[in-house]
Design a protein around this ligand. Structure first.
Ligand code: FAD
Ligand code: NAI
Length: 462
């Protein structure tokens, strides 16, 4: 008899959610995690700590830039970096312990240690081999660097080092204007560091709506971030406490350098499957290192499944969680489903940036006729009251049917607002359905309704 119905390898958002759902569906479940705490990249060195630092430094920005405007005068707070890191660690601790509590509550066994799969149906942790009818690989991802760059996690860091620097640097070069680069770059710029972002492409946040990219870069520029665009980083040299980043401008191949106390390498992440023994098992892999799965998250080996950052698709915690729940349903003999067309993406800067569904570029490429309903936060009373009138909501809807195809928001609480559209898209809503829904005043959500109205007869406050 098998020791467990399911063993999940990895206790991140994919793995822990999968384990809890398996247990809730009546399966005897274990989760293997080698870190000292549960929660994976997301809770320990990703989503949660970065949002804690973004919150703290956003509060500082408000005190320094907006308090006096509201008649709140007096000394601005000074930064106690040690205390800020302690606050961040406390937030991590509360969250990771919360997962441990949920494991106990749902009777999920935590097998502490690094797991491998010696044979289908077996998971080895330390010296012990456990039998399981089904195995789920949820081992996540790790930062990927560039040739010519040696990461020491002290002055040449990935996001992990950037979340725990011993002091706030005077200057920072961020390589890569993606999500990590801009979130962490914002944190340090608000703390007073001179931040220069070096990006290979000509636009920040690749894949985002073009208008959002431009507006976002302009706003971040006003916040003090400098951008060197179209620049391929060649390497980083460290000497006498300074790092020199060499880059080549793509337009004319000219080489230049930029110096900084700390360099953050934020050029993407790669799947992490080291030590699992997948090659010996004959588990097929994608060209870029992800575990290959079928439509039901099963690998090429029967009974072994894979989810989250270790497989293809956006490397997002909520995508991993959705797959975790869905694969649990599949293993329990039910119908698991993930709608990959409606996975929101959010950048937690100020303003926030959020998007779901298709961009205009994608629709043009598909040759699909669409209409655009756009509304500026300048016409939203609540946004102006909190100094966030810059930005807009853009809804893309099918020209004929009015069905919502995508939405792109830059502005206050964009990461919350986007979900109205996600729910709408799940229900196959037309822009008119949003436009006809009463939205409370004064809320940021009214901007979403106005953008929906702009898909039809027109917005009111534009
Ligand atoms: P992971 O969270 O990476 O978890 C995998 C776990 O498996 C790890 O704990 C690892 O120790 C363990 N493991 C690996 N191999 C083994 C083994 N052999 N045995 C035992 N255990 C093993 N996403 C968002 O959606 N929103 C955000 O705001 C966000 N912010 C981020 C900020 C940063 C700085 C970073 C780096 C990432 C961020 N992400 C964010 C991405 C998010 O963290 C990942 O998409 C998510 O964690 C993926 O979940 P996962 O379960 O697939 O893998
Ligand atoms: P990313 O893929 O978002 O951005 C990497 C950037 O680096 C790209 O703009 C790319 O063009 C650039 N780049 C690559 N090589 C370069 C070079 N040689 N020189 C200059 N620029 C170069 O990757 P990032 O920011 O590291 O994030 C990794 C993952 O983590 C993402 O997939 C993201 O989904 C996830 N994440 C999500 C967050 C969120 O949801 N808020 C927050 C942080 C991370």
């Amino acid at each position: 008899m098998a020791d467990f119905d399911v063993i999940v390898i990895g206790g991140g958002p994919g793995g822990y959610v999968c384990a809890i759902r398996c247990a809730q569906l009546g399966l005897k479940t274990a989760c293997v995690e080698g870190r000292e705490t549960l929660g994976g990249t997301c809770l320990n060195v990703g989503c949660i700590p970065s949002k804690a630092l973004l919150h703290a430094t956003h509060s500082l920005h408000e005190a320094e830039h907006n308090f006096a405007k509201m008649g709140l005068k007096g000394k601005s707070p000074s930064v106690d970096w040690t205390q800020m890191l302690a606050y961040k660690d406390d937030v991590i601790g509360q969250n990771t312990k919360g997962i441990e509590f949920l494991f106990k509550k749902n009777k999920v066994t935590w097998l502490k240690g690094w797991g491998s799969i010696p044979a289908a149906g077996q998971v080895k942790v330390g010296d012990e081999v456990h039998n399981a009818r089904s195995i789920v690989i949820a081992t996540g991802s790790e930062p990927s660097s560039l040739p010519g760059i040696e990461i020491d996690e002290k002055t040449v860091v990935t996001s992990t080092g950037a979340l725990a620097l011993p002091k706030v640097p005077k200057s920072m070069v961020v390589i890569g204007a993606g999500v990590i680069g801009l979130e962490m770059g914002s944190v340090y710029a608000r703390l007073g560091a001179e931040v220069t972002v070096v990006e290979f492409l000509d636009a920040i946040t690749p894949g985002m709506d073009g208008e959002v990219q431009k507006t976002f870069q302009r706003i971040l520029g006003k916040q003090g971030l400098k951008f060197i665009m179209g620049a391929a980083v060649q390497g980083v040299k460290t000497a006498k406490g300074k790092n020199t980043v060499t880059y080549k401008l793509r337009k004319d191949d000219s080489e230049a350098t930029v110096e900084a106390e700390v360099v953050l390498v934020a050029t993407g992440r790669k799947p992490y499957t080291d030590g699992l023994g997948l090659e010996a098992l004959g588990v097929e892999m994608e060209k870029r290192g992800q575990v290959k799965t079928d439509d039901h998250w099963q690998t090429s080996v029967k009974g072994i499944y894979a989810i989250g950052d270790a497989i293809t698709g956006p490397m997002l915690a909520h995508k991993a969680e959705d797959e975790g729940m869905a694969v649990a349903e599949v293993i329990a003999g039910k119908h698991g489903h993930v709608n990959y067309g409606v996975i929101p993406g959010v950048i937690y800067t100020t303003p926030e940036v959020a998007s779901v569904g298709k961009t205009e570029d994608q629709l043009k490429e598909e040759g699909r006729a669409y209409k655009v309903g756009k509304f500026s936060f300048m016409g939203n009373g609540r946004a102006k009251a909190v100094f966030q009138g810059e930005g807009f909501v853009k809804i893309l809807a099918d020209k004929e049917t009015d069905r919502i195809l995508g939405c792109h928001i830059i502005g206050p609480s964009a990461g919350e607002l986007i979900h109205e559209i996600c729910v709408g898209m799940e229900f196959g809503a037309a822009a008119e359905d949003i436009a006809l829904t009463c939205h409370a005043h004064p809320t940021f959500s009214e901007a979403v309704r106005e953008a929906a109205l702009a898909c039809g007869d027109g917005a009111i406050h534009a």
